[in-house]
Ligand binder design. Sequence first.
Ligand SMILES: O=P(O)(O)OP(=O)(O)OP(=O)(O)OC[C@H]1O[C@@H](n2cnc3c(O)ncnc32)[C@H](O)[C@@H]1O
Ligand SMILES: [Mg+2]
Length: 252
Amino acid sequence: MSAAKTLLFVTSNANKLAEVKAILATTGITVESKSIELIEIQGTIEEISKDKARRAADNVGGPVLVEDTALCFNALKGLPGPYVKHFLKELKNDGLVKMLAAYDDKRAQAVCTFAYCEGPGQEPILFEGRTDGKIVRQRGEPTFGWDPIFEIGGSTYAEMDSYQKNKISHRFKALQKLKAWLEEKHGGGVAPPPAAPQRIDRRNLGGHEVAQGGNFFDSFGEEVKPRAINIAGDGMGIRKETGRGWQFDNPN
Ligand SMILES: O=P(O)(O)OP(=O)(O)OP(=O)(O)OC[C@H]1O[C@@H](n2cnc3c(O)ncnc32)[C@H](O)[C@@H]1O
Ligand SMILES: [Mg+2]
């Protein structure tokens, strides 16, 4: 079940907004937006994101979603991290690459942290996504921040089309977590009631054991663990009756 939910995403960054909308497009989550330049404190990624969410909730007077993006260089022990915006503004992508000139280790992590806050005075909840890559000389269209220097799987983010980037990105991974949480919160993740116990039906199937529903019992009334059911010729698994006939479910 998709999460029927509208989120107010507070960001000053049009590229972030476009990616969030694209990634959530088919989920049933509607994204509205408000462009506010929020003050960003110094601190850890988590502290900055939470503080941003509190400020946004105070500003709007209701539920908000914010996001903070960090670019962490391994050789620099995680810097520039959440301060990458200032480095990018002053040094540009070329300068960011040069920061690693003295190091062999070019590995970097793109980190996206969404913070959802239900309203003023409420504790924000964080959803983090990380993608490992390495810093390379610029390649691709410089349309979004440091995309041209962050390489993963042989391509920079800037060389990928938005579909490719949105399948693997730090932002995508964080939004997967947010989506799962929303689904749970709105009932989509609530487990259905357990199926009524069913007896294994040994009739008409050439000795195959057949089970239906969620709990399985042999003809003596003993519960059978699905993984332990052996179906002749089919290996370990469960045969289930479906509307279209018999279906073999391998629990592995
Ligand atoms: O209003 P907010 O949401 O804070 O938007 P912002 O542009 O200020 O964003 P951040 O404070 O999170 O700073 C992150 C910096 O990294 C850049 N950035 C964010 N996501 C990126 C991505 O997926 N690819 C490349 N650059 C990105 C962004 O343009 C900023 O320069
Ligand atoms: Mg910002």
